[in-house]
Design a protein around this ligand. Structure first.
Ligand code: PMP
Length: 391
C-alpha cells in the first residue's frame, strides 16, 4: 500500500512521540510565517514579531500558572533539560536523578559528571515505576547536592511522579529541583504556584504545537548561575543566543491556549478511550499486562506487554496502527527500554511491549481499529514465535 493511503486509514496512537498540531497552532504558525519581522528589530515589523512572542509567553504562563518573565523559549525539551542541568551543576557536587528519565536528562547528567563518577546518583524505581522518598533522602547523606532532576510523567508508561514530597526533601537538603514535564504539560492541570520546582522543561510538539520549540521555566529569585549553551546575541534574558523562532513560539502559544481551554474535557475523553483500549486488549489477549497499572498515570498513555510477541514484529504486521515500541526517541536502538528494565521487566518482556498514546483528537473508531489490528497481529506473531521455537 502507498504510504499516503496507509496514513489516511491508520489509527494514530503515538501522541507521546509527537501530537498532531492543533488547528489554532497551525493558523498562528501560518500567520507568523506570512509576516516579516525579527523580534529584536525596533521597526514595526519587529515589534509585531515581538508582540507574537509576548502573547505566546503570556499564554504559556497561563497554562503553567507562572509569570511570563519566568519562561525562556528554547528549541525543545532536550535543550531545556541541557540548559537546566548545565546551569545547576558547577562540578564536584551531586546530581540526583532517576533510572526512568528521558535520555535528554540522563545523558546530560552523565556527560556533566563524567570526570567525577561519585557526583551522580540514579535512583531506582519500583515495579510501578515509582520513586521512594526515603531513597532520595538517603542519597543526600553527607553530600553537597546541587540538583535533583525528576520527571513529572514518564514518556513510555505515562506514570506520574508524586513530586511534592521529593521537592520538599530536596529543598531541605539545599538542592535545586528540576522536572522534565514534557509529557505532562497540556494533558493535566499544572500550577507552578503550587508545584514548587525551581526549573521545568517542556516541548510544544507534545501538546499540539510544532516540533523544534519548547521552553524552560526558571523560577524567579532562585540562585542559579547563568550558563548559556550558545553564545552570541543575548536573547531570552541572556540565557540563549540565536534569533527567536517567532513562528514556532507563536504556534506554541496558540497550542497552549487551546490545550488550556479543553484540558479537563480532553483528559477525560483520553482516559475513557485509553481504558477502552486497555480493557479490550487485556481481555482478548490473555497473558498481556499493563506497565505501571497500579500507579497514577497520564490520561492517554498505556504501555502493554504481550509476552512472546516482539513489538517490532507486531508493529510491522499492523501498518494501520501507529504506535511505538518503547520510546520513539530511542527507536532503532538495539538495547531494550531502560525504563521497563528499571521497572523489573525481563529483556524479552521489555522487547514485547508497545506504547499506545492517545490525545485530544483520538476517536473511538481509531481505538477500535487498533484493538482489532493488535489482537490479530499479536496472535499471529505469538503463533509464529512458538512454531519457530526449539523443543
Ligand atoms: N523529555 C521527555 C520526557 C520526552 O518525552 C521528550 C520527547 N520524546 C523529550 C524530553 C525531548 O523533547 P524534544 O523533542 O522537544 O527535544
Amino acid at each position: 500500500m502507498e504510504l499516503d493511503a496507509i496514513e489516511s486509514q491508520s489509527a494514530y496512537l503515538d501522541y507521546n512521540a509527537t501530537a498532531p498540531m492543533r488547528p489554532a497552532a497551525l493558523t498562528a504558525m501560518h500567520e507568523a510565517l506570512s509576516a516579516v519581522g525579527n523580534a529584536s528589530s525596533v521597526h514595526h515589523h519587529g515589534r509585531s514579531a515581538a508582540g507574537r512572542v509576548d502573547r505566546a509567553r503570556r499564554s504559556l504562563a497561563e497554562l503553567l500558572g507562572c509569570s511570563p518573565g519566568e519562561i525562556i523559549f528554547t528549541s525543545g525539551a532536550t535543550e531545556a533539560n541541557n540548559l537546566a542541568l548545565h546551569a545547576a551543576y558547577a562540578g564536584q557536587q551531586l546530581i540526583v536523578t532517576s533510572a526512568v528519565e528521558h535520555p535528554a536528562v540522563l545523558e546530560t547528567a552523565r556527560a556533566l559528571t563524567c570526570g567525577t563518577p561519585d557526583s551522580l546518583t540514579i535512583l531506582p524505581v519500583d515495579r510501578y515505576g515509582q520513586l521512594d522518598t526515603e531513597a532520595l533522602n538517603a542519597s543526600f547523606l553527607g553530600r553537597d547536592v546541587s540538583l535533583v532532576s525528576l520527571m513529572l510523567a514518564n514518556n513510555e508508561t505515562g506514570v506520574i511522579t508524586d513530586l511534592s514530597p521529593m521537592i520538599e526533601a530536596a529543598h531541605s537538603a539545599g538542592a535545586l529541583v528540576h522536572t522534565d514535564a514534557t509529557q505532562y504539560v497540556g494533558k493535566l492541570p499544572l500550577d507552578l504556584g503550587e508545584l514548587d520546582v525551581d526549573l521545568m522543561s517542556l516541548s510544544a510538539h507534545k501538546f499540539g504545537g510544532p516540533q523544534g520549540v519548547g521552553a524552560l521555566f526558571i523560577r524567579r529569585g532562585i540562585r542559579l548561575p547563568q550558563r548559556p549553551l550558545t553564545f552570541g546575541g543575548g536573547h531570552e534574558r541572556g540565557w540563549r543566543a540565536g534569533t527567536l523562532n517567532v513562528p514556532g513560539i507563536a504556534s506554541l502559544g496558540a497550542a497552549a491556549e487551546a490545550a488550556k481551554r479543553n484540558l479537563l474535557e480532553d483528559a477525560s475523553r483520553s482516559t475513557k478511550l485509553r481504558d477502552l483500549l486497555e480493557g479490550e486488549l487485556l481481555s482478548r489477549l490473555p497473558g498481556s499486562y499493563v506497565n505501571g497499572a497500579g500507579a497514577p498515570r497520564l490520561p492517554g498513555v498505556t504501555s502493554i506487554t504481550f509476552p512472546g510477541a516482539p513489538a517490532d514484529a507486531v508493529l510491522s504486521s499492523m501498518p494501520d496502527v501507529a504506535a511505538s515500541d518503547g520510546s520513539a526517541c530511542a527507536a532503532g536502538a538495539p538495547s531494550p527500554s531502560h525504563v521497563l528494565i528499571a521497572m523489573g521487566l525481563s529483556r524479552e518482556d521489555a522487547d514485547a511491549t508497545i506504547r499506545f498514546s492517545l490525545g485530544y483528537s483520538t476517536t473511538e473508531q481509531e481505538v477500535r481499529r487498533a484493538v482489532a489490528s493488535t489482537v490479530q497481529a499479536v496472535t499471529h506473531v505469538q503463533a509464529l514465535m512458538s512454531a519457530t521455537a526449539g523443543p
